[in-house]
Design a protein around this ligand. Sequence first.
Ligand code: P1T
Length: 393
Amino acid sequence: MAQNGFLKQKAGFATIAIHAGQEPEKWKSAAVVPPIVMSTTFKQPAPAEHTGFEYGRSGNPSRNTLEECLAALEDAKYALTFSSGLGSTTTILGLLNAGDHIVSSDDVYGGTNRLFRAVATKHGIDVSFTDFTDLKKVSNSIKENTKLVWLETPTNPLLKVVDIAAVVDIVKSRGDIIVVVDNTFLTSYLQRPLDFGADMVVYSLTKYMNGHSDVIMGAVVLNNTALEEKLRFLQNAMGAVPSPFDSYLVNRSLKTLALRMERHKTSSLVIAKWLQQHPKVTEVLHPGLPNHPQYEVAKKQMTGHSGVFSFTHSGGLQESRRFLSALKVFTLAESLGGYESLAELPSVMTHASVPALQREELGITDSLIRLSVGLEDTIDLIDDLEQAFKAAF
Ligand code: P1T
């Protein structure tokens, strides 16, 4: 685990989440709960000398505390935080030059697709999207100028599971290409992509890691010192940094991450199985179900699944609209990973910015509903889904 005065030996996930980076001795007050340091600037003993902090964009004690804890959670050397998940991605794009090429998994969060397609390309970066569950396609997409391979697993919103180690093997045999895994859906509690050879792990901390739907933030976790130095420079130079207050909130939320993920895991599988037997449901896309096409890959690299999954039904857009509007315990809203259950229609919401043809090819239809199962009583969630089906059909 990351160097930490409080924890001298390897500890379990929950212990690390609660103690890593949190040693009271690092504060003059010996505060057990890390303080929120709001100051944007720090007194220097002499010009161009400082005692660890100078200006709040380049570093802040509350942010550093969170970053230390995030790194320790996956036994990594470094973690950097950003103003949003997409802020992390934008900063990583800052590592590339015009003329470079990105290969991305085809099914990614709509905002990531939009950033690659509509912004990166404007700066001369070429982007290809391909199905990462087909390793031949990954290999065929790599070009001379490929510098970055980007994947989500499980993917948003189709829950495809990508074999991280197999992709890393292919990519690394083709050159010095950075492999990034967006681990937002699973968190460091359920999957550790660095252990499978990925260079960087990216999070929308907005989701499970914070888990209370009250912070927008992102992070990159990594071991490679040269890459960390470049990213640390870009974090300050590009300026997409989080606030001290938000850093405090996410740090606090990490203390219950293990407990929350266990509940999300249990509840979502019960609901997925209930949906499987529902007469109006045509398919349930959940990596914890044995009939999931990549179930074996999931078992190999994940220690469980989270609360987010999708299903399709036998109706169309109208039934989806009626179903979603009828929900009472689930809230119809974008996002995922909070304590409250959410439901949404990716085709017109989170993935509306994906070009219609790409959506159609992927299977992001108007009958595909994505759920984020929260921490409410499972029976209340099932009753809610049941009454919404009755209202919709
Ligand atoms: O919203 P932000 O913190 O910028 O994170 C972007 C992001 C990155 N990666 C994944 C896998 C994501 O799901 C997201 C954000 N997703 C949603 C808002 C959503 O409803 O899918």
